[in-house]
Design a protein around this ligand. Structure first.
Ligand code: PMP
Length: 430
């Protein structure tokens, strides 16, 4: 491989880094299983699943075949006026593996766009019910829902991007972050602020949106599923829509197929993404119920949105056949595997190997849930220095802020996982 770094450094933006003084990047030649091969031959054990997505590892023969077979037929065709087997088969499977109330599937292209679509569904729902003043969202602090404007408006107002876009983001309501941790005894006071905020403002609120059980990029916190049970009851009492963003947690990551299963509750609108396509292609899905969809489609009788019977969204690459075919293969592969057992084993190994970090004064907390292991430091980690040492040791870990976390592919072998986690601890403290 030619040295691509000078051009990259001069001309390409990378996520969340300066363009004049960017964090270092490492050229990747190929990836297979849980190993990422850098130019020059060095191999890294993947601790990130490319941001929660590559659950089966890389270059998987089954997913490759699904992509190649679909490529030989068509990689894309517009979804306006056409339909195709990959979209229909994938939607069928998604409706089979999610709770019965879900009956409608909207395919979008990224997680952030799925959140935008979910928000549009909620707003159009209240518009159709002749309650257009119910046009705000209520969420919890500490959340993260993506980088587009609607999604940013419900990210944590302090750690999110609100300050950078003052005046541009629709104002929303924020309740206190859930404090009662996963596995801890439930404390009713944890829900007081949410209850008060929703009751006080229910005539303005279209929907409550949050990440069930795991707050991901907003801080990697695991909270009590009882919060979601209370929230479902409260949304029913106040006739408010409930949106779960399972973009990070979906498809097994927390030990159940979907995080909402920890609570045994079902939202009105569900966002899926990331692992949906096994990390191969960008694809997301928004699921909703007949009741919600039928309201959105109620005939309009005049007013400014006089043709509001349609959901006002329809991206160019909607239901991309290549992405849908790979996603269908990925979900089938997951369901056919012993994923529950694997994730249980990953959780145990992560707990065992990361726990010693608790003893260091620079550590605020260590926590594990499913195939997620987190070391929270007291101070931000020097990403460039830490990653350089990781690469030297043959592992791939990307910290953010004070968090060093592992979300490995589910197929990772026990010895690789132990090496990965032990290396993380060793590099942080020795
Ligand atoms: N919601 C959650 C919970 C996420 O973790 C993310 C991505 N980190 C998104 C939405 C946005 O997804 P995307 O990056 O695919 O737009």
């Amino acid at each position: 491989m030619d040295n691509i770094l000078p051009f990259d450094r001069r001309h390409l933006w990378h996520p969340y880094t300066s363009t004049t003084d960017p964090l270092p990047v490492y050229p990747v030649e190929s990836a297979s299983g849980v190993r990422i091969k850098l130019a020059g031959g060095r191999e890294l054990i993947d601790g990130m699943s490319s941001w929660w997505a590559a659950i089966h590892g890389y270059n998987h023969p089954v997913l490759n075949k699904a992509a190649a077979d679909q490529l030989a037929k068509m990689s894309h065709v517009m979804f306006g006026g056409f339909t195709h087997e990959p979209a229909v088969r994938l939607a069928e499977t998604l409706l089979q593996i999610t709770p019965p109330p879900f009956s409608k599937v909207f395919f979008a292209d990224t997680g952030s766009v799925a959140v935008e679509v979910a928000v549009k569904m909620a707003l159009q729902f209240w518009h159709a019910k002749k309650r257009p003043e119910r046009n705000k969202l209520l969420t919890v602090r500490g959340g993260y829902h993506g980088d587009t404007f609607g999604a940013m408006s419900v990210c944590d107002p302090v750690s999110g991007m609100h300050a950078a876009f003052t005046g541009m983001l629709p104002p929303q309501f924020f309740a206190a972050m859930p404090r009662c941790r996963f596995g801890e005894e439930w404390n009713e006071s944890d829900f007081t602020d949410m209850r008060e905020k929703l009751y006080k403002n229910k005539n303005e609120i279209a929907a409550v949106i949050l990440e069930p059980v795991v707050q991901g990029a907003g801080g990697m916190r695991f909270y009590s599923p009882v919060y979601l049970q209370r929230l479902r009851e409260l949304c029913d009492e106040t006739d408010t829509l409930l949106i779960f963003d399972e973009i990070a947690t979906g498809f097994g990551r927390t030990g159940t197929l979907f995080a909402m299963e920890h609570a045994g509750v079902c939202p009105d609108i569900l966002c899926l993404g990331k692992a949906l396509s096994g990390g191969y292609l960008t694809l997301s899905a928004v699921l909703t119920t007949d009741a919600t969809a039928e309201t959105i489609s109620l005939p309009e009788t005049g007013g400014p949105m006089s043709s509001a019977r349609v959901l006002r969204h329809g991206p160019t690459f909607m239901a991309n056949p290549l992405a849908c075919a790979v996603a269908k293969a990925s979900v089938d592969l997951l369901l056919a595997s012993d994923w529950r057992k694997r994730i249980y084993c990953i959780e145990n190994i992560l707990r065992e190997t990361l726990s010693p970090a608790k003893d260091f004064p620079s550590v605020a907390d260590v926590r594990c849930l499913g195939a997620i292991g987190v070391i929270e430091m007291n101070e931000p980690v020097d990403v460039a220095a830490f990653q350089k040492r990781c690469v030297e040791k043959g592992v791939w870990i990307r910290p953010f802020g004070k968090l060093v976390y592992l979300t490995p592919p589910y197929i990772i072998a026990e010895n690789d996982l132990r090496y990965l986690a032990e290396t993380a601890v060793q590099l942080l403290f020795f």
